[in-house]
Design a binder for this molecule. Structure first.
Ligand SMILES: Cc1cc2nc3c(=O)[nH]c(=O)nc-3n(C[C@H](O)[C@H](O)[C@H](O)COP(=O)(O)OP(=O)(O)OC[C@H]3O[C@@H](n4cnc5c(N)ncnc54)[C@H](O)[C@@H]3O)c2cc1C
Length: 395
């Protein structure tokens, strides 16, 4: 089949890898002019995820790139330690930079898939013989199937799903991150500083000791801003964090020069059905929860199951899409519901902050938290598609 995938981060290249191997004619379109760089790290927790990465043939490459994770040291304004979470807490079993993951998946898929950067779907028209797609570049093309793997703000979802079938919930917090020169000499533990409803943090960059990466979280009702306007987002951050102590003024000082800024609502996407007829959603586009819900692992497993069911159904994509959703929906909803990233990172009250720090300082409770995150991956019942038409195997 001729298949279009929108988005080249995690879900897109993962599904392109499987579909290319199965002999489909795959094009991946990515709006960014090249693979996106973005500095944050993502982790995999649980055997289900590493099993899929292994079957994809990328686990070795990723292990070679793993960061090892950083412990998180929560400090007060003077830098005194309040609580420390071990590297395992932040980094799971395997932690890599999202950009490295994306590059490895791209490298392993590009021999069997065409990547087109700097373009985006402008319009979709689905009919009984295929999906007619117009691109921003002016190209027009017909595909048998379209896969929306273009993240929380998916253009495929916006164009192909009626608004009343999509719930985008704002979970009361925003998250932001940008690169700063490492003038603070950060190495080892990532430093975390809270005031009620806000977190400012900074961690060293393992590749380049001269650089560091911030992660800021703040509680706020939904804000109106232009997602493409970095200056507006920088102004919001200055407004939210201006006047705070610790290293905040220094970290904000690097903001005007930042060319890459990650800024988003901590939210959750729920779609009534993951597919229309010939169009299907994958990863954050269909079931995202900005962070704290194993989104990377879920995107990789989703790609595996989607491609596996397509092979198993031998071209009957309607059956394949229904089985893909039936296999994953419950597990994904449970992990999404478990996501409390904002209130965990930046409890809204002084009491909440003290309680979090005290509880997690007790090894028993810390162990329980780690177990909980691990157990979520066990909700996914991983099918084995090897031998499906003899296709889904690593050469
Ligand atoms: C700070 C932070 C930390 C995180 N940490 C973790 C973690 O530790 N563990 C974990 O499991 N998850 C983590 N996540 C979540 C994880 O990043 C996502 O769940 C994962 O990246 C989802 O992958 P995806 O491919 O579905 O979507 P995305 O990674 O969002 O990729 C979407 C892609 O589509 C592209 N795109 C967008 N619009 C268009 C368009 N119109 N046309 C073409 N392409 C388009 C984008 O440029 C992007 O390349 C974290 C997220 C954040 C923000």
């Amino acid at each position: 089949m001729k298949i279009l995938v929108s988005g080249a981060s995690v879900a897109g290249p993962s599904v392109a890898l499987w579909l290319g191997r199965a002999g489909h004619d795959v094009t991946v379109v990515e709006v960014a002019p090249a693979l996106r760089q973005g500095g944050y790290a993502v982790d995999f927790r649980g055997e289900v995820f590493t099993t899929v990465l292994d079957r994809m043939g990328v686990l070795g490459d990723l292990r070679a790139l793993q960061t090892g994770g950083n412990a998180m040291r929560f400090v007060d304004e003077s830098g005194r330690k309040l609580m420390r979470l071990p590297a395992e807490f932040a980094g799971g079993e395997l932690e890599v930079l999202r950009a490295d993951l994306s590059r490895v998946l791209y490298e392993h898929s590009r021999a069997r898939a065409t990547y087109r950067f700097g373009d985006s779907i402008a319009a979709l028209r689905e009919h009984s013989d295929g999906v007619d797609v117009s691109f921003e570049s002016g190209i027009e093309e017909r595909y048998d199937l379209v896969i929306g793997a273009d993240g929380m703000h998916s253009v495929v979802r916006r164009l192909a799903w009626p608004a009343d079938q999509v719930v985008e919930r704002h979970l009361d917090y925003y998250v932001a991150g940008w690169e700063v020169p490492n003038t603070l000499g950060i190495s080892g533990d990532t430093l975390m500083y809270n005031v009620p409803g806000k977190l400012a943090s900074v961690g060293g960059d393992r590749r380049d000791p001269g650089l560091a990466q911030t992660l800021f979280v703040f509680k706020s009702p939904r804000l109106e801003y232009d997602r493409r306007d970095l200056d507006q987002q920088k102004a919001i951050l200055r407004e939210q964090f201006g006047g705070l102590g610790w290293h905040v003024p220094e970290l904000l000082k690097a903001l005007p020069a930042a060319t890459e800024l990650y800024f988003d609502s901590i939210g959750r996407v729920r779609v009534e059905r993951w597919s229309t007829d010939r169009i299907v959603l994958l990863g954050d586009a269909g079931y995202g929860a900005t962070f704290g819900a194993l989104g990377t692992g879920t995107a990789v497993v989703g790609a595996y199951v989607l491609a596996g069911e397509l092979a198993r159904a031998r071209g009957d994509f309607r059956t394949a899409f229904a089985r893909y959703e039936a296999r994953l929906r419950k597990a994904v909803s449970t992990t999404q519901d478990g996501s409390r990233a904002g209130s965990f990172m930046a409890p809204a009250t002084r009491f909440g902050l003290t309680a979090r720090n005290r509880i997690l300082d007790i090894p028993f409770f810390l162990k329980q938290m780690l177990k909980l995150a691990q157990n979520m991956s066990e909700l996914i019942d991983l099918p084995d598609y090897s031998g499906q038409q003899g296709q889904l195997v690593e050469e």
